[in-house]
Ligand binder design. Structure first.
Ligand code: HEC
Length: 438
């Protein structure tokens, strides 16, 4: 197997590991809820605004939700810093490697996020100005939604790739990182969560005492808006359950344990419970619209905690083995470094064999610098000396130039190191010797 086993940075963590892990999981969950409200809110806004082209009430609804997106977005960004720093500290080499392998897409997150944020502000503040230009106005949101749908895919491809060092050798950029088996099921499960969380947010938002639904809407009552929220929640929970099951079956086995399966099954049960309570609410009369609200919130929150825990557990299991290999490699490296520091190599004098006559010095230089990679008639690490002779027979200067600053010629050979430390005199002796080979 070609799994790279890098050396770790020999620095201790700034906090106990359990505390950093807790910080990572908790701050990630806070962050992701607001991300879900931002992404889900944009999708719902776009849908409602298109529906609002025919029915003015939905346009008002879209406007009301649009006002929340930018707020949730700001929360999401601020709350994203802690998990990003924690994951970087806990999994430096894994996170860094995945970032580097998906480099272009990863760095594109920044401009994409900027553009999407500006579009949501433009959309929110141009509601009046573009009242008679609805298509333009809707398109602004549509573009923002497209970008919002794309960014999580980059994040997902990345945090997924970091768990599979054995794949790093074959991954070439973001597109190939997306082909790892569980990226898409996880992505669609996330989209389901965005819609579900936004749905239940809409139920809460429209039920607040300070929120004067009757002055904002002409037809919709609080209960209509709440019903709409529950319907959206059901749709999201359904998607989440469906894709969650696919996630369970497509997770690469190396990170799976009975514990994890147990947690995921309980989590699925909580989603089903929330879905069931939403359904009960919708088939009941208006006066019972709030009957199950707290139960739904509780199930979804409990799900969220299990979701965060299971992600971390899976990551832990899938990296455990590789982490111990890295630790062993790092230890060995530190041992060798220590040994080398304590026993510095003494530069040995060149061993000149006088029987070689005028190429004796060149032969000794070759022995000391080149013989590790070059033999006379056979390929070793580099090509045989006879090949050098056939190339540089009539071009001694070319030979010296190569040794000082080797190029990259042969596709199936590694790069030769440069020998800038050899003096002009040594180079002259060296090339004289090489070209004396028959
Ligand atoms: C660490 C291994 C290594 C060492 C040490 C090394 N070489 Fe090389 N050398 C290579 C490899 C690999 C190539 C083939 C590189 C390529 O084609 O890209 C090569 C290619 C060459 C070539 C062919 C250049 C050409 O134009 O095709 C010459 C000449 C050469 N080495 C001379 C030397 C001399 C002289 C020394 C000592 C001063 C030396 N090498 C030390 C690995 C080494």
């Amino acid at each position: 197997m070609n799994t790279p086993i890098p050396k770790d940075i020999p620095l201790s963590l700034p906090l106990p590991e359990w505390l950093l892990v807790t910080l990572l999981v908790v701050s990630f969950l806070l962050h992701i809820v607001f991300i879900q409200l931002m992404v889900g809110g944009s999708i719902v806004t776009l849908w409602a605004q298109i529906k609002g082209l025919k029915n003015k009430e939905y346009d008002t609804f879209a406007h009301e939700i649009a006002k929340t997106i930018t707020v949730n977005k700001s929360m999401a960004v601020v709350l994203g810093i802690a998990p990003l720093l924690s994951i970087n500290t806990l999994y430096t080499i894994y996170f860094y490697s995945a970032n580097a392998l998906t480099g272009f897409a990863w760095i594109m997150i920044i401009p994409l996020v900027i553009v999407a944020f500006l579009l949501t502000y433009l959309h929110k503040y141009s509601w009046k100005a573009l009242e008679n230009n609805k298509m333009v106005h809707v398109s602004i949101m549509a573009l923002a939604v497209l970008i919002f749908l794309f960014i999580p895919l980059i994040f997902l491809a990345n945090v997924n790739l970091m768990m599979f060092p054995e794949k790093w050798g074959t991954i070439q950029g973001f597109l190939s990182a997306m082909t790892l088996p569980n990226v898409f099921p996880r992505y669609f499960e996330f989209l389901g969560a965005c819609i579900a969380v936004t749905g239940i947010f809409i139920v809460w938002y429209n039920g607040r005492k300070s929120y004067a639904v009757s002055t904002i809407y002409s037809v919709f009552k609080v209960v209509d808006l709440k019903r709409l929220g529950y319907r959206i929640t059901i749709l999201g929970l359904g998607l989440q359950l469906f894709f969650g099951i696919i996630v369970l079956f497509t997770l690469p086995s190396k990170g799976i344990s009975f514990e994890l399966i147990g947690i995921m099954v309980v989590a699925g049960g909580l989603l089903a419970l929330a879905l069931w309570f939403c359904y009960k609410t919708l088939i009941n009369t208006d006066e019972y619209i709030n009957l199950h609200f707290k139960k739904i919130i509780f199930s979804m929150l409990a799900f969220l905690i299990l979701y965060g825990g299971s992600r971390q557990l899976y990551r832990h299991h899938s990296l455990e083995k590789h982490q111990s290999l890295v630790a062993a490699n790092t230890k060995e490296f530190q041992r060798l470094s220590k040994e080398a520091r304590e026993n510095p190599v003494v530069e040995s004098e060149l061993e000149i064999d006088p029987s070689l006559g005028e190429v004796a010095k060149g032969a000794a230089i070759f022995q000391a610098n080149c013989a590790g990679c070059h033999k006379q008639n056979e390929k070793l690490v580099g090509p045989p000396m006879t090949e050098m002779v056939s190339i540089y027979e009539k071009n001694e200067q070319g030979l010296r130039d190569w040794v000082r600053k080797p190029g990259k010629k042969r596709a199936d050979y590694p790069q030769m190191p440069a020998f800038s430390q050899l003096s002009d005199d040594d180079l002259k002796e060296l090339s004289k010797y090489i070209l004396s080979i028959k």
